[in-house]
Design a protein around this ligand. Structure first.
Ligand code: GMT
Length: 380
């Protein structure tokens, strides 16, 4: 099939999922066209089936807010028409689902029918989408999609709770490429960070408020009161300054390293013993899945879809949002020579159930079904 993928091209989880999905589809013979405002971060290799179309937004002194959605809709019309796409798959409802709807209506005036699949990722529903300033458009454009997927059961339920949705939502969970994310031998790296064999704790995120990175730091400080440990913070974002200030206030900055945005995050995960994800909201928790694939157990909050991924007492522990004491207690339980190996093994076994090879066919099957339905509509 010829598939158009629309996503945020930056470091966010939805962009990563969209890009990895597109790459996997291209490898198995589909022609995939990415349509975004810049090259997706993980679109970093050549494949004859991969194409990239940049959306340029014209600036004009009258425009206090450049109309990205209109530029995207126009680009979609152009790409669907001239590349003869079979289907559009938009990731993150705002503003991608409504831009796709507009493109679809414009194309209909030329007797071109393009089916649209919308994948809901999380904050497009739980944070931004349910804000009154967006709700009517988000509701309409989800209902107008030909197929809707959500990355967890919890997100599906939230979508029905917050919006008046009259269509079926299929849960297709996030996935991980186990050929990339696996425990690699990086002992020299571990030795450099933990010269005295300290336990290595890691957190990766986009440092937004919902991630509660400060909780990760507090849990780490409590852990360090009992056992020797180091903390690696991977990623960057608006909360970075506050987190740095907290580290300075609490002292012991030598045991914490800020690594910034890293491409090869699997190398860090490969030497880690524990992953912290204390988020306030988290529809799935892709970063935790990538850690689990590298045999790293997870202490997470119980937000959103995290309990669907992190099995309490097996792959790690699930604690109430903000419960620093419980997170510390459970972390210390895992970081023990008698138990750590079992938690690591369980984490990997769980990650295997989200293998990209198992999940991509679910998208393919959905595309096929929707494409066939659209052909019936065109022919009737
Ligand atoms: O976590 C973020 O803030 C980024 C956001 C995104 O859309 O880029 O991530 C969401 O989508 C990811 C991929 O489906 C999920 O793994 C994350 O759990 C989800 N984030 C939230 O719900 C906060």
């Amino acid at each position: 099939m010829k598939i158009g993928i629309v996503c945020y091209p930056t470091f966010g989880g939805s962009g990563v999922v969209a890009t990895e999905l597109g790459k996997a589809l291209a490898k198995i013979g589909h022609q995939v066209h990415f349509i975004t405002y810049s090259q997706p971060t993980r679109l970093d290799f050549f494949n004859e089936n991969l194409f990239y179309h940049q959306v340029d937004v014209m600036t004009y002194p009258l425009f206090q807010y450049p109309p990205y959605e209109l530029a995207l809709a126009s680009k979609l019309v152009d790409v669907v028409k001239y590349e003869r796409l079979d289907l559009l798959h938009v990731h993150y409802a705002i503003p991608h689902a409504s831009a796709a709807y507009m493109a679809k209506q414009i194309l209909l005036t030329e007797d071109i029918f393009i089916p649209v699949v919308t994948t809901l990722h999380g904050t497009d529903i739980t944070l931004v989408g349910k804000d009154a300033s967006f709700t009517p458009v988000v509701t309409f454009s989800i209902n107008a999609s030909d197929g809707i997927t959500a990355v967890s059961q919890n997100l599906k339920e939230d979508t029905y709770r917050y919006f008046n949705i009259n269509k079926d939502i299929q849960v297709i969970p996030n996935f991980v490429d186990l050929e990339r994310f696996n425990r690699q031998k990086k002992e020299h790296f571990k030795k450099a960070i933990c010269p005295n064999d300290e336990y290595l704790v890691v957190h990766t995120s986009n440092f937004r408020r919902v991630k509660r990175v400060e909780d990760a730091v507090k849990v780490f400080y409590n852990i360090r009161k009992h056992i020797p440990a180091k903390l690696l913070l991977v990623g960057d974002g608006p909360e970075r300054n506050n987190v740095e200030k907290l580290c300075r206030r609490l002292g012991g900055c030598d045991d914490i390293r800020f690594l910034g945005k890293l491409d090869a995050v699997e190398e860090v995960l490969s030497v880690s013993d524990l992953f912290l994800m204390p988020s306030e909201k988290e529809s799935f928790g892709l970063a935790a899945l990538e850690a689990m694939a590298c045999e790293v157990p997870v202490i997470s909050s119980n937000a959103g879809g995290l309990p669907e991924l992190n099995i309490d007492g097996e792959t790690g522990f699930v604690c109430p949002v903000g419960d620093i004491e419980m997170m510390t207690e459970k972390a210390l339980y895992i970081l023990h020579p008698d138990r750590l190996a079992t938690f690591k093994k369980n984490a990997l076994e769980r990650a295997k159930t989200f293998d990209i090879k198992e999940i991509v066919p679910q998208y393919e099957a959905m595309y096929q079904k929707i494409y066939e339905q659209s052909q019936t509509k065109v022919n009737s």
